[in-house]
Design a protein around this ligand. Structure first.
Ligand code: ADE
Length: 418
């Protein structure tokens, strides 16, 4: 079996951590069991480009139990957990192409290694695999049944492809399931981003001014958790509705240029480029921490900071310190890549339980509906969302009310009024 990982000897540690995460993934366990019985993916090759974490490993095992022939590469050069990569190879016979800290060339070689397996289904996180397949291997498109996409950034890219008429197979936007973005993007990103900042720096958040760029689901979670740790939160936005929501949630809202000289900690999660730019660095306080939790490492203009700096040193793992001419030191965490996966372990298993159950069921949906789906981006069917939420509540031991016949009748009637 071909693979490219850091060190196969780390496999046992990886398996322990995968099993640890599995304890918090009861919904995925039920999907795993169902897949083992029904084999919905029998005979199909599935190529995944995802963060190689304990949670993803449990998803891969569930898909494999459904009969799929799996191969996986990293969806980010800094997010791989090398022990997990080793365990997937050694214990599950899944070819893995992922090494934490790989350079850009290796990253794309790994994507191509997955495409060499000629997948029928792609499970993507950020749309790099789908985009590489369309751009560089159009001859392989005929083999494809479809894809699923994990993250907001990827869904935006795929919708742009569909609008251009460039998308050549159906994709299910796993990200857009309510059981994904309302929980994973908000509570997962919120907690794991603060975890990444704290592990990288060991800073106290209480008393710090935390500037959060964006107020989408991820940023909402970050702002909420930064405030919960005692930070004084400023939100920057370009969308008036989201900005208004941030104000009414109790945060200060202002342009980044105004926030730059005030902030102690900056976190971007907008999905856009150069949200923190040269003119912002020019006014930042010495000692500022700057990091990103959006999918790509484009939100902070690090090249401009590097040009401005007279000195650069890695002062701790995941902390690059740039010294300005006037002596101010600005700290970039995790090379501007997803700080929650670079310096911490990504979202906790309990929340990935729902996201990855959605992924597995989205793959099954693609297969069940392969004859009718068009080359578009689809939302996850509502019944999948409802099923995941019910299973999760059940696993948490929480019961909810059921509509009485009278209540159902009332909701379905337009005749009742005052
Ligand atoms: N994205 C964010 N957190 C993750 C995790 N723990 N595993 C896989 N993908 C993730």
């Amino acid at each position: 079996m071909d693979f490219h990982i850091r060190d196969i000897d780390q496999a046992v540690g990886g398996r322990h951590r995968m099993d640890w995460a599995a304890q918090e993934m009861p919904v995925l366990a039920s999907v795993h069991e169902e897949f083992s019985n029904d084999k919905p993916l029998a005979g199909l090759r599935l190529g995944a480009c995802m963060h190689v974490t304990t949670e993803t490993a449990n998803l891969m095992k569930a898909l494999q139990s459904g009969g799929a022939d799996i191969v996986i590469c990293a969806s980010n050069p800094l997010s791989t957990q090398d022990d997990v990569a080793a365990s997937l190879v050694a214990h599950n016979e899944i070819p893995v192409y992922a090494i934490k800290g790989e350079d850009d060339e290796t990253y794309y070689n790994h994507l191509n290694a997955v495409l060499d397996h000629k997948p029928h289904i792609i499970m993507d996180d950020g749309a790099d695999l789908v985009s590489t397949l369309h751009k560089e291997r159009p001859h392989q498109l005929a083999d494809m049944i479809g894809g699923t996409e994990e993250t907001t950034t990827g869904v935006i890219r795929l919708k742009a492809m569909a609008a251009d008429g460039a998308l050549k197979f159906p994709v299910i936007a796993a990200n857009d399931a309510l059981t994904k973005h309302l929980f994973d993007n908000r509570y997962g990103t919120g907690q794991s981003t603060m975890d990444g900042i704290i592990r990288a720096t060991n800073y106290l958040i209480a008393g710090k001014t935390v500037v959060v760029a964006g107020y989408g689901w991820c940023s909402r979670g970050i702002a909420m958790r930064a405030a919960g740790l005692g930070g004084s939160v400023i939100v920057t936005e370009i969308d008036p509705l989201k900005a208004l929501e941030a104000v009414m949630d109790g945060f200060r809202v202002m342009p980044m240029a105004q926030a730059a000289p005030i902030g102690d900690i900056f976190v971007t999660a907008t999905g856009d480029i150069n949200v923190i730019d040269k003119h912002h660095f020019e006014t930042m306080k010495g000692g500022a921490l700057v990091c990103n939790s959006g999918h790509f490492n484009v939100e902070i203009n690090i090249p401009s900071l590097a040009e401005m700096a007279v000195e650069h040193a890695r002062v701790r793992p995941f902390v690059d310190q740039y010294t300005m001419k006037d002596g101010r030191k600005i700290n970039i965490l995790g090379e501007g890549r997803l700080i929650n996966l670079a310096a911490a372990e990504g979202h906790p298993a309990s929340v990935m339980d729902m996201s990855f159950s959605g992924q597995a069921l989205a793959a099954k949906y693609l297969i069940d509906n392969r004859e009718t789906l068009e080359n578009k981006v689809y939302v996850v069917p509502q019944e999948v969302d409802q099923r995941i939420a019910s299973y999760k509540l059940n696993a948490m031991g929480i019961n909810i009310d059921v509509l009485t016949d009278q209540q159902t009748e009332y909701l379905n009637s337009w005749q009742h009024g005052t």
